[in-house]
Design a protein around this ligand. Structure first.
Ligand SMILES: C[S@@+](CC[C@H](N)C(=O)[O-])C[C@H]1O[C@@H](n2cnc3c(N)ncnc32)[C@H](O)[C@@H]1O
Length: 299
């Protein structure tokens, strides 16, 4: 099977990014877009097509569920492991909650370590994938909008990785998410956010088209537009091959680390640690990504 993955750099730079970036192995959008022949066939020939929903919280997951695990660069395994190590150390013997748990890339190996993990996701199709995997039965899940944090009880660790916080397309929803997370955090709990650092200079007059992969029989183009007022990036990953064209649309609302810190403060949380990646690399002015750890301000 031909794999066509846009990984540009591997560990130890445990970063990901979206919108289009210069580097990062674990990019949700668009730089670790890729497709295998099989993924293309499944998507293009309609399997799971009936599940494609209208735009809304479940839209991305329902559209991607059938191919997500192949679409995300399989070489991110090492990065995933670092993330799991980081999170396992934080949660200890406590309870963890993942927002936008998807097919369990992080939740499954974390649960394997003996951590009690609960996941929230808007997409029943993504959760079906999670449950069908070995160990999937260990993860309890809630179908819902993670901005609401629609779960009961307190957690020692809440985390949202892979730029997934930016799937909340309004600032009010992101603020609400922080507030709801805070209300579910144990006194000594931690909220971990992994996201890219926005870089509007990547765009020329509000748009960018990049040839992510060019091979003899296939091309991957990413077309994006940025709206600096709403802080939204609207993208299409365009996969052109002998079988036809596959379009993977994604929309995100980006936020700078400083804006996230303010959302945290509004929620009664404060920044405790910030790294450039899961290996605790120093966060600097040129870091393309961050892993931020928030804790109750009163702790
Ligand atoms: C890029 S995937 C990340 C999945 C997993 N966390 C990982 O790292 O592989 C984003 C996930 O967030 C879910 N999602 C997006 N917006 C959501 C929302 N508002 N509420 C709940 N889930 C959402 C999608 O269905 C998808 O499963």
């Amino acid at each position: 099977m031909t794999r066509w993955i846009a990984t540009q750099r591997s560990e130890p730079v445990a970063t990901k990014s979206w919108p289009p970036r210069r580097h990062g192995p674990l990019q949700w959008q668009p730089a670790n877009v890729g497709w295998s022949d099989h993924a293309f066939d499944e998507h293009h020939h309609g399997r799971d097509r009936a599940r494609v929903s209208d735009p809304g919280p479940a839209g991305y997951g329902d559209r991607m569920a059938a191919i997500y695990d192949r679409y995300v660069d399989p070489t991110v395994g090492a990065t995933t492991q670092s993330a799991v190590d980081f999170l396992a150390r934080l949660v200890g013997s406590g309870r963890a909650l993942e927002l936008g748990v998807g097919t369990g890339r992080i939740a499954l190996p974390l649960a394997e370590r003996g951590v009690q993990v609960h996941g929230v996701d808007a997409s029943a199709a993504m959760l079906d994938r999670l449950r069908s995997k070995p160990g999937g039965e260990r993860i309890s899940v809630t179908v819902g909008d993670f901005a609401d944090v629609p779960v009961e009880g307190q957690f020692d660790l809440v985390y949202v990785v892979f730029n997934t916080l930016f799937a909340l397309l309004e600032q009010t929803d992101q603020v609400r998410c922080f507030a709801n997370v805070a209300s579910h955090l144990a006194q000594n709990g931690a909220f971990v956010v992994e996201a890219f650092v926005p870089d509007p200079t990547l765009y020329d007059r509000g748009q960018r088209v990049s040839a992510v992969r060019v091979e003899a029989d296939r091309v991957q183009l990413d077309a994006s537009r940025i709206d600096p007022v709403t802080q939204r990036v609207t993208s299409q990953h365009i996969l052109i091959g002998a079988d036809g064209i596959m379009l993977l649309p994604v929309e995100l609302r980006y936020a700078w680390p400083s804006e996230l810190d303010l959302m945290a403060r509004l929620a009664g949380l404060q920044l405790r640690e910030r790294y450039a990646g899961w290996l605790r690399e120093p966060f600097t002015a040129t870091s393309p990504n961050h892993v931020s750890v928030y804790a109750p301000a009163s702790a």
